[in-house]
Write a protein that binds this ligand. Structure first.
Ligand code: NI
Length: 136
């Protein structure tokens, strides 16, 4: 038996605004810059879900990739794709939709749907050059 990490990459488009309501407009502008634009802006997010587990002797698989793809569609893409994260997504009512917060929300949504014996890690690209990983 050996452990392997399998990864599935998916894509969604979403709009957001980085804004802390307890700060002045000036401070929001100073901290968040262009991402504070009141009329929103979008990103093409790439999300990579990594599962680590034992290779099953019967199937030769760690995890059924069709099942993983369906899970990401149901839990993440259907919630986030072509949405305004601040306005449309319940999870961001009270937290700022930075990549750091989005990756944690995605992890929490998927972790409860995947059996405990698998390690789960999420990588989220907000731009080609800026990406985050959770758990750290
Ligand atoms: Ni942004």
């Amino acid at each position: 038996m050996h452990r392997v990490t399998v990864k599935r990459k998916e894509h969604f488009n979403a709009a957001h605004r980085l804004y802390n309501p307890s700060w002045s407009d000036e401070k929001n502008e100073q901290i968040f810059g262009k991402c504070n634009n009141p009329n929103w802006h979008g990103h093409n997010y790439e999300v990579i879900v990594s599962l680590t587990g034992e290779v099953d002797e019967q199937t030769g698989y760690v995890y059924d990739m069709k099942k993983l793809s369906d899970l990401i569609k149901d839990e993440v893409l259907n919630r986030f794709d072509h949405r305004n994260l601040n306005l449309d997504v319940e999870e961001f009512k009270n937290i700022i939709p930075t990549a750091e917060n989005i990756v944690k929300v995605i992890y929490d949504l998927l972790r409860v749907k995947i059996e405990e014996q698998y390690e789960v890690k999420i990588t989220l690209y907000e731009t080609e050059r800026n990406f985050v990983e959770y758990p750290a």
